[in-house]
Every structure is written in structure tokens, then in C-alpha cells.
Design a protein around this ligand. Sequence first.
Ligand code: ZN
Length: 206
Amino acid sequence: MPEFNPQTLDALRQPLETGEVTVARANHHITYPARVQLVAAMNPCRCGGGAGQCRRGPRCASEYQGRLSGPLLDRIDLQLDVPAVTAADLALPPPHEGTAEVAARVQAAREMQADRCPVLNAVMDQATLERVALPDAPGQALLSKAATALALSARGYHRTLRVARTIADLDGGGGVRRPHVAEALSFRRIWASAQAPPVVRDATVS
Ligand SMILES: [Zn+2]
């Protein structure tokens, strides 16, 4: 992802936020529908190796990762480290849950969402979100603490709630509880620099 021009990347902010893109020229502007699911990948640094394998030190990673702006990262809800596959990993048996089983779980969660609200969690309005994704008291306490510790923006706060609601749906559709909030927070990592991103520890999530 950081191989794209930073201005091009930042142009993604509008469609990711509103589901529309506006093209403006001198005397005219036009808006097109642009609801997308963005899936993107990046190496830890330009050489690809990251910590321990890069010969150019931490600046290599910080410069590379710095090409993605904070506001763009703020609109990416699920951010994951994907460690390199080792030879030992290749010898492991295949996971017990295959694509078909996961698809069935996702379908069940989507049906639950459709019963609750005419639109999916990702696009429901904020008032509905605050009604249906209100976490239990320990979940609210964790979210408030994390909002300060991670300096969550208002957008980040509400996007975390959306993800927590979906995690709770995948977990059977009951209320949003602390483990769901903790898992949602674990996907929200602001890579402002090459330093390790802040982590909110939560013993209830393995
Ligand atoms: Zn490097």
C-alpha cells in the first residue's frame, strides 16, 4: 500500500467515510457511488524484512509506514500483523475450520444483523449504533480507558463499537460485552511510527 503516492492514498478517505466519491472541476462537480471494501497489505519497511532483518535501521520502517496518514489508518477498522510463515508452520495440520464453515458463521451473523436493522453494522447510522452496540458496564469501562490510552478519535471510537457489535454477532448475537470490545480494540492499531503500537492488555481475551 505505501508504494502509492500519499495524496492518492488520502483520496480514499472520502469514499471510505461516506461511500461516495466527488470529482470537482472548475465549474462543476459530480458525485458517484463508491461503497467499497478496502483490503490492503504492506511490508514492515521498504526492504520487506522489518525488525531484525532490515539493514537500514528503524528509520526505514518509520519512513515507509509514515506514507500512510493517520486519518487514512483511522478509517481502516481491522489492522493485523501477519508474521512470516516458518518452516515449522508448513508442517502443521490444516485448520479444523475451513472456508465453508467460516462462510456459514458469517452468513448467520449477517442474517442476525438483517433482523435487527435494515442495514449492516458497517453502515447503520450513529444513533442506531449507539442503541444496539452499547457494551455492558465492564465493556464501557474498557472502551473509555482505551479511548484515552490510544487517543481514539470520535471516528475511531464509533468504528470500534461497530466492530465490537459484529464480533458479538459472530459470537451468537447477544449483547456487546467486554471481550468483544477488547477484540475490536486489538484490531485498531495506529502505526504513527515504527515503534511498537500501543497495546491494551485484556486478560479476558486469549
Ligand atoms: Zn528496511
